[in-house]
Design a protein around this ligand. Structure first.
Ligand code: CU
Length: 158
């Protein structure tokens, strides 16, 4: 008597077979990276500039909120998350502590006039046509090292 025939004599047979079928199913493929970094670029600096701006979009294709916490760069003393906004008719910049949320299915946009990465103390001029590097740290997604295309000083494009 083979296993299935013997099993059919038992009241629990259906449950056992269902369990065996589940166990035999292939494992799901690893979840694809839910964070998609798009259009990273930085603005070229005039000589001696103490700061440079970095911009990008982070799309969260996952089902769970993530958060951009911080960044570091080999091309600058440090990198901060900043926000520009109008305050009583004056454009002001402030540092953001605690990171920036990226909703599931949403996109965090870092662009001129809004949120941006501030490269503080560039170790060399940021020259249009070259690239600079920063490692972004996310609450869930871990670290991503991103190369930013340097665009001319007047660049406003995303
Ligand atoms: Cu800034």
């Amino acid at each position: 008597m083979n296993a299935i025939a013997r099993c059919s004599l038992l009241a629990a047979c259906g449950v056992l077979l269902a369990g065996a079928a589940l166990a035999a199913k292939p494992r799901p493929a690893p979840t694809p990276d839910p964070l998609v970094i798009e259009r990273p670029w930085a603005r070229a600096t005039p000589p001696g500039s103490p700061v440079a701006g970095g911009f990008l979009d982070v799309r969260n294709a996952g089902a769970t909120e993530d958060r951009l916490l911080s960044a570091t760069s080999p091309d600058a003393d440090k990198v901060e998350l900043h926000e520009m906004r109008m305050d009583a008719g004056v454009m002001r910049m402030r540092r953001i502590d605690g990171g920036l949320a990226i909703a599931p299915g949403g996109t965090l946009t870092l662009a001129p006039g809004g949120f941006h990465l501030m490269f503080i103390g560039p170790k060399h001029p940021f020259v249009a046509g070259e690239t600079v590097t920063a490692t972004l740290r996310f609450e869930r997604g871990g670290e991503r090292t991103v190369r930013f295309e340097v665009r001319p000083i007047g660049a406003a494009q995303r």
